[in-house]
Design a protein around this ligand. Sequence first.
Ligand SMILES: [Zn+2]
Ligand SMILES: [Zn+2]
Length: 669
Amino acid sequence: MTDLERIRHSAAHVLATAVLRLWPEAQFAAGPPVENGFYYDLELPHRISPEDFEKIEAEMKKEIKANHVFEKMVVTREQALKDAESGRLGGLSERPGNPSKFKIGNLADIPEGEQITYYKNGDFMDLCAGPHVMRTGNIGAFKLTHVASAYYKGDEKNPQLQRVYGTAFKNKTEMEAYFTMLEEGKKRDHRKIGQEMGLFAMDPDYTGPGLPLWLPKGGAIIEELEKLAKETEFAAGYVRVKTPHLAKEKMYLTSGHLPVLYAESMYPPMKLSLEGKDKAERKQRLENAKQNFEQKLEIFLNLTDIDKLKAEGFSPEQIKSRIKDAHHDSRISEEELSEAKREYAGNAYYLKAMNCPHHHRIFAAEPRSYRDLPLRLAEYGTCYRLEQEGELFGLMRVRSLNMNDAHIYCTPEQFASEFNAVNEMYLKYFKIFGIEKYIMRFSTHDPSRLTGENAKFVNEPELWKQTEDFVRKVLIESKIPYVEVPNEAAFYGPKIDVQVWSVIGREFTLATNQVDFAVPRKFGLVYKDRDNTEKTPLCIHRAPLGTHERFIGFLIEHYAGNFPLWLAPEQVRVLTIGDDEPLVAYAKGIVQELRGSMVRAEGDYGTDKINGKIQRAEEAKVHTMLVIGPRDMQAGAVSVRLHGKGNVGAKAKGEVVAEILAAIKERRA
Ligand SMILES: [Zn+2]
Ligand SMILES: [Zn+2]
């Protein structure tokens, strides 16, 4: 947890304390920090509404003023159960007849063998893994924001709870800045501006919820971003690939996303039944697999007659190894049998929820040598994720995602320089987009959880250490601001989430970088090393520009829709003063010239007054307006107007065109 998350999570405990002062019967479930704040889920006959906030906040203030220590206690499971039964957990005191039912449920989720801890502030004692700030007084500023409802553990079969949201900060100044930013953010809401500018449309009835349709003007922004990515990646030695939007079940069974890990986030499969030759072939394969399995099993079972083996003169060591081998063979043939059964049942195709498995198959499509590495496969790949309908939000949370994806396959020796190059790419992009505030959230593993019952990370202690050390070193040397978050890495390697702030100070998580040293092995990816042995490459997943959806949503807010020339959906509009034929012909000539150089230029040649034309262009946020009257035409000139800035004077036509082309080429801010 970051410092701010500690403050926020601590504020959740203080919220619970305050609610209990007012309603001692309240029952609490979970109270984690979330993006921009915290919540606590509670059950209470009284429906909490914003009218209650003032009195709850008054109680919270008392608790903060008392400056209670957050005291950590380690307890046994028996003790915890006893305290939950007595109503003490998530309470201010014992509450006979009102056991802490949700805490009992939470306790059951803590794996056997894991430490059970309480945190106590004043009278309030809670089951919690922490961490917390030292004292309640460390919560500098807080505010309750809204109430929603949520099911216990997110499962609709469970009771519905009240979710009280709030936010907390180090001090008042930071909190005030946050609320000012929210106000400004409303004006810059990407859904509102996106609709006004005609960038994208949502069409839940026909296309489906969370599947944005990019209109021509949004399409123009996409084209520019992809052009930027392609140029940047090409210069950095990437190669481009293209993969289908779907794949067979086997792909995701191999990657480990199926059968369980990621199943809920994927669209259900399309089932294709088998026909003709295919069916006959697979039937045969199934028969063979059955026979093979029976044979292997028989061999294994025969070996268990140890006395017989001894009599035949085998040593105990030999017997052991023969049994082991036979067991292994029978297991393999059992797996083959279940695969043959699955294949005979038909083909299930899934829409891809990530591009990595496809790229892994591209790696596997040709024999690879150490000379081919690093291999950097890039693709703007479209993924589909079945986000819950209630959580869909404009472009920020969608079900189809165009991802600025690439996978870098490299040797452990190449890792540091590859990782560094990825970071430099981020910095380059930040500069182009005027992103001044950013931070990298570096999630690392917990060395105590590589093996055993609580294992959470792949058991590669050397690789963890090596890659984490490299990442840390690169982050420190490049002076990129970062925070290190222990125990939050992906199971297959350390991970970096990149957070950026828009000009008005709102935080966005744009992209995730991950190091992967497990999945390439699952796919059996190998390269021939110098010494002619086969080795598994490391894989870096990276997506500096995130997805088009999220990144353009961010950019709309960042620029308030006033895109720089190179990104503006309509870059130039030529406006004529009047509609005299020669004048219109001159204007059309300029539009043609610009379009011939790939500039998104349009013309407004109608009879209406020039002020009306200018107003329309301003409303459409056209970046550059070229106003042309008879005098301009005679002088071979144009009057230039910039969106939001007004008239910047008349210049020779050739000069203006050259300037426009240069500004676009250099991607000037
Ligand atoms: Zn806690
Ligand atoms: Zn990936």
